[in-house]
Write a protein that binds this ligand. Structure first.
Ligand code: IMP
Ligand code: MG
Length: 177
């Protein structure tokens, strides 16, 4: 009888490296937003760990809201369609918005979010992503703060999932299955 293949995890970015980078990004945000009151918008589900670490190192007055999107279902490749599963609950007009993503892959979600937020006329909008898949992202605008640029690998941990699993891992792993 054929054996069911086990998912294999290989550590890719250690928790120490992540913590150091999170701290550097937060420092930059503190500088760039001094005297401002930005709203951080976390893109659920994947960004919740990254956002919670960043936010605790941010020392400017800020608010937080969440937008829930889905483009992957339980697969390892994007469906090509972005669905909104939870809308925003904050007033965007005239505010400085910082969108927080776990990973930018095809860039479809980022394009969808940018259009959605621009409709509400923010004073400014910037994007932070922990991971950026440089070979496949095909964006016409820049992501303002990038944690790590990575090759085209499927990664999990630190909020990132495969079929809703592995979000609780402290480091980031490459998943082979
Ligand atoms: P995009 O719209 O293709 O840029 O994909 C964005 C979303 O796909 C992310 O917010 C993740 O939820 C998911 N995603 C993309 N690549 C990976 C990966 O390597 N591991 C886990 N989730 C991923
Ligand atoms: Mg996901």
């Amino acid at each position: 009888m054929p054996q069911k293949k086990q998912n294999q995890l290989t550590e890719f970015i250690s928790k120490e490296k992540i913590a150091k980078r999170v701290s550097q990004i937060a420092k930059q945000i503190n500088k760039d937003y001094k005297g401002k009151k930005p709203i951080f918008i976390g893109i659920l589900n994947g960004s919740f760990v990254f956002l919670s670490d960043i936010i605790r190192e941010v020392n400017v007055d800020c608010e937080i809201d969440f937008l829930k999107l889905s483009s992957y279902g339980d697969e390892k490749i994007t469906s090509g369609k972005v669905k909104m599963l939870k809308e925003l609950n904050c007033e965007i007009k005239g505010r400085d918005i910082i969108v927080v993503e776990d990973i930018v892959d095809s860039g479809l979600s980022a394009i969808f979010i940018k259009k959605l937020i621009e409709k509400h006329k923010p004073a400014s909008m910037k994007f932070i992503t922990l991971l950026f898949k440089k070979n496949i992202s095909n964006l016409k605008f820049k992501i303002d703060y990038i944690g790590f640029e990575i090759e085209n690998k499927f990664v999990v941990g630190y909020g990132l999932d495969y079929a809703q699993k592995y979000r609780n891992l402290k480091a980031i792993y490459v998943l082979n299955c």
